[in-house]
Ligand binder design. Structure first.
Ligand code: ATR
Length: 273
């Protein structure tokens, strides 16, 4: 029987997930389809019941439901539990629902696909919201040795560092002044979104040539932060890889196969141009 999958969120119309997963199904000869479903906060419980009733094999969860879906699931993977957020639901053979979080691991896979493993390099994460938290846990899990988190509200960076049990929290000003210490810099604030303000969270004046600079935003593909870093001869990692790999890891949870991420990168770059 044909399987079906979905992504639920609000807004959802501009999600690239349906294109990505449907392309992979087609390329890999899998008889399945993936649809976007607009679900408002107050409809989440009903939506989950409907997905279950109608036999969805799994779905992705995006803003604003990543936290609120947790009590509606039967089992949560320990990493998602730690992050307090789920972006992927799998319906197991017995009909129960298990939640995973593939965002953080998606970032690390994308980073390593783009520039290789650099676990010894000192990492500076800018931002301490939900996205930063997931990535920080994943970096630690994959063996990155030194993680510093800078945030406008330093207390939030301190809270993540405390949960990690290692690392340093700092202000944006401190991070700016010691920027040349870092081998990897990750822009994980909500600045840089196409609809957001057009400015940088920190100045890149002290950025060293060859530093790896990543952004979690992928639309625009080249954020103001990445454009500035590119001018200073940094190695750029766009947010698109994280998006693709979070989807690929979800796909693998559902179907036990890892889809082609490099070909997808080319296709999505074409679309975002
Ligand atoms: P997400 O879940 O996508 O990470 P979030 O939890 O709202 O989103 O977090 C947004 C991040 O962007 C936070 O680190 C926030 O800084 P504060 O914790 O100080 O609010 C950061 N951010 C948003 N607007 C910013 C701005 N104008 N300058 C600097 N940082 C900003």
């Amino acid at each position: 029987m044909k399987k079906w999958f979905a992504v639920i969120g609000d807004p959802i119309a501009h999600s690239k997930s349906p294109f990505m997963h449907n392309t992979w199904f087609h390329e890999m000869g899998i008889d399945a389809t993936y649809i976007p479903i607009h679900v408002k906060s107050e409809q989440l419980e009903e939506a989950v019941a409907a997905l279950k009733l109608l036999g969805a094999s799994g779905w992705n969860v995006t803003i604003p439901h990543k936290e609120s879906i947790i009590p509606l699931l039967d089992d949560i993977d320990p990493i998602a539990q730690k992050m307090g957020a789920v972006n992927t639901v799998v319906r197991l053979n017995d009909g129960s629902l298990k939640g995973y979080n593939t965002d953080g691991a998606g970032f690390v896979h994308a980073l390593e696909e783009a520039v290789g493993k650099n676990k010894e390099k000192k990492v500076l994460m800018i931002g301490a919201g939900g996205a930063s938290r997931g990535i920080a846990f994943a970096l630690q899990q994959y063996g990155y040795e030194q993680i510093h988190i800078a945030n406008r509200t330093v207390l939030k960076a301190e809270a993540i560092i405390q949960e990690l049990g290692e690392g340093i929290a700092l202000s944006l000003e401190q991070a700016e002044k010691q920027l040349n210490q870092y081998g990897i810099i990750i822009q994980a604030t909500s600045l840089g979104l196409s609809t957001g303000e057009n400015k940088l969270p920190i100045s890149l004046d002290l950025l060293q040539e060859g530093t790896i600079v990543a952004d979690i935003v992928y639309n625009p593909l080249m954020t103001p932060f990445l454009l500035e870093a590119e001018k200073r001869q940094a190695k750029i990692v766009t947010g698109l890889g994280m998006f693709i790999h979070q989807g690929a890891i979800a796909f693998n949870h559902w179907l036990g196969q890892y889809p082609n991420t490099e070909k997808m990168m080319e296709k999505l770059i074409e679309q975002l141009k």
